[in-house]
Design a protein around this ligand. Structure first.
Ligand SMILES: Nc1ncnc2c1ncn2[C@@H]1O[C@H](COP(=O)(O)OP(=O)(O)O)[C@@H](O)[C@H]1O
Ligand SMILES: [Mg+2]
Length: 253
């Protein structure tokens, strides 16, 4: 199998370098769109989607870092000043305790939101490791039993970072659905590299749902659009009382 040629975005060494490709790319994208050659059009559209995902993830990283690095120290400082306040009445003592606890909760929430936002840096290192960590966290809660089967870690790590990130977000969304809606006892995640594509499947033995009825949420729609961005295929099989199984296949190039 010949290695797929990497795009400028994938080989960019820094966000700035990547963004300059995007800037330059926007003009050339317009020119390419005007092209009448269908092959040129198809390739440029794919590149364009990759740019969008890249920009989105860069922005998420930036917001995550900002939240963590600039807001949390301010809240910690507010806590220090609060220590200096000497309450006199029972009401004031209660108020001080409440403010203290609200600030701590805010710090904790920001930490958790920002670690979600900067997750893309981690997927670049190890998707298998990240999913393992995620499943371990869920196992600790005893909600359901969770199994993770995967292809060799070093093979998975060679995949395009944007595809790894998309798969991670898809899995996150579906696990969220399982926790929210399924009442499942067992969940199985598979991440398998095949000849021409990577396949992610997530199955549960919960209450299932009628897939013929229209859905109002955006979770499944997000999964579908993320899959489409990479020319992948999504399949969801479910029936009431028969669990749910989601299967995503994304080609390597
Ligand atoms: N694993 C699952 N088990 C049972 N029902 C599910 C599962 N996944 C999705 N659903 C159903 O599909 C609907 C749409 O899901 P989604 O688009 O993620 O929106 P939301 O989670 O916000 O309702 C859910 O409301 C739920 O009824
Ligand atoms: Mg959902």
């Amino acid at each position: 199998m010949t290695a797929a040629k990497k795009t400028n975005l994938e080989t960019a060494k820094s966000p700035h370098e990547g963004l300059s490709y995007i800037k330059g790319g926007a003009d050339s994208y317009k020119a390419l769109l005007d092209s009448t050659n269908p092959k040129v059009k198809a390739v440029s559209k794919k590149e364009f989607y990759k740019m969008l995902v890249y920009i989105q993830e860069e922005e998420r990283k930036r917001i995550g870092r900002e939240l963590h690095d600039s807001v949390n120290p301010l809240l910690a400082l507010a806590n220090l000043y609060l220590e200096l306040v000497q309450p006199n009445t029972a009401k004031e003592k209660f108020a001080k305790k409440q403010v203290f606890s609200v600030i701590l909760t805010a710090i904790e929430n920001i930490r958790s939101i920002s670690s979600q936002l900067v997750i893309s840096q981690k997927t670049e290192c190890g998707l298998v490791q990240l999913i393992t960590e995620m499943t371990e966290k869920i196992s600790g809660t005893d909600i359901f039993e969770i199994k993770f089967i995967h292809s060799k870690e070093d093979l998975v790590s060679k995949m395009c970072p944007l595809i790894k990130l998309a798969l991670y977000r898809i899995l996150e969304e579906q696990l969220n659905n399982i926790i929210k809606h399924s009442r499942a006892k067992h969940v199985e995640i598979k991440l398998i590299l095949k000849k021409v594509n990577i396949c992610l499947s997530v199955s549960d033995d919960g209450v299932g749902f009628d897939t013929t009825k229209p859905v109002t949420g955006i979770g499944l729609k997000n999964i579908a659009s993320r899959t489409k961005q990479f020319n992948g295929q999504m399949q969801i099989k479910s029936e009431p009382d028969k669990g749910c199984s989601l299967r995503i296949q994304i080609p390597f190039s």
